[in-house]
Design a protein around this ligand. Structure first.
Ligand SMILES: *[C@@H]1O[C@H](CO)[C@@H](O)[C@H](O)[C@H]1NC(C)=O
Ligand SMILES: *[C@@H]1O[C@H](CO)[C@@H](O)[C@H](O)[C@H]1NC(C)=O
Ligand SMILES: *[C@@H]1O[C@H](CO)[C@@H](O)[C@H](O)[C@H]1NC(C)=O
Ligand SMILES: *[C@@H]1O[C@H](CO)[C@@H](O)[C@H](O)[C@H]1NC(C)=O
Ligand SMILES: *[C@@H]1O[C@H](CO)[C@@H](O)[C@H](O)[C@H]1NC(C)=O
Ligand SMILES: *[C@@H]1O[C@H](CO)[C@@H](O)[C@H](O)[C@H]1NC(C)=O
Ligand SMILES: *[C@@H]1O[C@H](CO)[C@@H](O)[C@H](O)[C@H]1NC(C)=O
Ligand SMILES: *[C@@H]1O[C@H](CO)[C@@H](O)[C@H](O)[C@H]1NC(C)=O
Ligand SMILES: *[C@@H]1O[C@H](CO)[C@@H](O)[C@H](O)[C@H]1NC(C)=O
Ligand SMILES: *[C@@H]1O[C@H](CO)[C@@H](O)[C@H](O)[C@H]1NC(C)=O
Length: 470
């Protein structure tokens, strides 16, 4: 073996970074380029995807001229350094979630770098020329996803596997996956223009590829309710796939015991692009969800959600408990980062918000509530958040929402935009909200010890035992 081969071999052996291939035929982002390096190895260029808002623009809250770029890789072992080339120079940059503690620094003109200490990290890299302050959101967004390595990659010839390899796959409609299929695999570098319906259950759908609805119109009947829909089927695992530019919802799995892990959902350009809904016993973890409507739905029992990063576009509830007749028991959500809440963007004066727009929200003409035992811990809301809580039952609603515990909810800031306030109220038809404790709710670093301190309007006639403790 010559020295060159030995060096090459050592490089392969020592490097714990997995670079995904580019999908042949797809143009990379013209905004950002990104490299990754580990332990002083030569840098590897990552393929950066892009989606733009132009073809989705149809209302003032859905303006054209914006983009989201994203890239993914996997690693284990030593920290990796990411280098980004931005379209413009800047003085400062930052990596969200800030709870990761990853400091972005300027290396030189247009060049930023930061170090990622572990995988299952989903980052937004932001530049001071485009921080999305004021009336615009961030015009050109960039996400970097550091994945865990894949496990159990199937054989492309296994008859129980639907295998999509590297490259572009054009569907004319959503694919209905048959009962003989045990796995749907979307390889790194695979780019599926289409959608999937999986009504049979016990399917593992995984990989590191992308599913895009870019070639389908808003509410396109060829896609249906969501880009990926497990319907009422149970026992499914959905792992590692990116969905981009949905024509309606991103993802539903309303049967029992479905797991969503390392999911990435990007380029939600229109209202009605809801994020994730899972059924009884569902788990959603380590996922990144940008939605322009309900981001994560709390609509069934025994739900566990952890370590997700959420970005709320111009519309929708981030943690949404509404829109249907609800029987919900036993919800746990922990270690969540909500990195942007953009409801006031593109409104010159932010004087009104839809009842749909808050981090903790219930809305949508729900007529009956039977919701209790929900626990939220260590939830961080970054930036300026127009409204944290909006639990106003519909005037015609009946039933009860009770026993909610929120511990360690931190909100960077909530500007007072009278008449927009945090609000909790039941209904004149007997709807009640009772036993809700906020422990260590901080807004702008101040612990909130009473409703009025936190700009809450709490209706005394239809609520009881709503407490704030520091
Ligand atoms: C990435 O690495 C390549 C090869 O070393 C280099 O040409 C390029 O400038 C680098 N780009 C960035 C964004 O660091
Ligand atoms: C998919 O469609 C594009 C046009 O959008 C075309 O260039 C490409 O060849 C198609 N790919 C396949 C595999 O059919
Ligand atoms: C799908 O949309 C992309 C991006 O707009 C376009 O380049 C491509 O030609 C379209 N492909 C098909 C098969 O319609
Ligand atoms: C709550 O849900 C979790 C996850 O499904 C389950 O393990 C636990 O037993 C449930 N607790 C109750 C009281 O139902
Ligand atoms: C929630 O999980 C518990 C424990 O497994 C189970 O007893 C209960 O029936 C589940 N709740 C629902 C609504 O299925
Ligand atoms: C309130 O909900 C928690 C779970 O969040 C549960 O452990 C507790 O038993 C419930 N309290 C009552 C009184 O039901
Ligand atoms: C809340 O945060 C504090 C640190 O600020 C921590 O000590 C405590 O364990 C957290 N509580 C929960 C329930 O995680
Ligand atoms: C108030 O609600 C909490 C749960 O949120 C409960 O533990 C407590 O017992 C309730 N207090 C009263 C007086 O009902
Ligand atoms: C509230 O915050 C204090 C100070 O960080 C911490 O000591 C305490 O454990 C927190 N309370 C809970 C219930 O986590
Ligand atoms: C609560 O009920 C009382 C008595 O009916 C009424 O006078 C008061 O206006 C109500 N308060 C609110 C905030 O609706």
């Amino acid at each position: 073996m010559d020295v060159r081969s030995l060096v090459l071999l050592l490089h392969v052996v020592c490097s714990d970074v997995i670079i995904y291939p580019a999908p042949d035929g797809l143009a990379p982002s013209d905004k950002f380029s990104v490299n990754v390096t580990q332990s002083g190895q030569p840098p590897s260029r990552l393929f950066v995807y892009i989606s733009t808002s132009d073809h989705r623009s149809s209302s003032p809250l859905e303006p054209p001229g914006r983009s989201m770029s994203w890239t993914s890789f996997a690693f284990t072992g030593a920290p990796v350094t990411i280098e980004v080339h931005a379209p413009k120079d800047f003085n400062n940059c930052l990596v969200r979630p800030t709870s990761y503690g990853y400091k972005c620094k300027r290396l030189g003109p247009n060049r930023a770098s930061f170090t990622v200490l572990q995988n299952a990290r989903m980052m937004s890299v932001e530049f001071d020329y485009d921080y999305g302050l004021g009336v615009r959101d961030i015009t050109d967004k960039l996400f970097v996803f550091a994945d865990p390595p894949e496990v159990n990659v199937p054989s492309p010839t296994d008859p129980g596997v639907l295998f999509y390899g590297q490259g572009i796959h054009n569907f004319t409609t959503s694919l209905i996956v048959g009962p003989e299929i045990r796995q749907v695999y979307i390889a790194p570098g695979a780019y599926v223009r289409g959608g999937f319906q999986l009504p049979h259950g016990n399917v593992t759908m995984h990989g590191r590829g992308v599913i895009s609805n870019e070639n389908f119109t808003r509410h396109d009947e060829r896609i249906g309710q969501c880009a990926v829909n497990f319907m009422e089927s149970s026992g499914n695992v959905y792992e590692g796939i990116t969905i981009a530019d949905p024509s309606k919802f991103f993802f539903l799995a309303n049967g029992n015991d479905n797991i969503v892990r390392n999911a990435r959902m990007v380029a939600a350009w229109m209202g009605n692009t809801d994020g994730v809904g899972v059924g009884v016993g569902g788990v959603v973890e380590d996922s990144f969800i940008i939605a322009d409507d309900a981001n994560i739905k709390i609509h069934m029992s025994n739900l566990t959600v952890r370590r997700c990063v959420q970005w709320q576009m111009q519309n929708g509830g981030t943690l949404q408990t509404g829109w249907e007749t609800l029987y919900v028991r036993n919800v746990t959500m922990v270690d969540m980062d909500i990195i942007h809440t953009d409801w006031c963007k593109f409104k010159n004066v932010c004087k009104t918000l839809s009842g749909n727009d808050a981090v903790f929200d219930t809305y949508g003409n729900t007529r009956h509530f039977d919701v209790s035992d929900m626990r939220f811990e260590n939830i961080r809301v970054e930036g300026s958040c127009p409204r944290v809580v909006n639990y106003n039952m519909d005037p015609a609603a009946e039933g009860t929402i009770s026993n909610i515990t929120v511990i360690n909810l931190s909100v960077d800031s909530q500007p007072v935009h009278d008449p927009i306030h945090n609000a909790i109220s039941g209904s004149s038809r007997g709807g009640r909200i009772i036993d809700w404790q906020f422990v260590n709710l901080t807004i702008a670093g101040q612990c909130i010890a009473s409703g009025s301190d936190g700009d809450f309007i709490i209706d005394p006639n239809t609520t009881s035992n709503i407490t704030f403790t520091c």
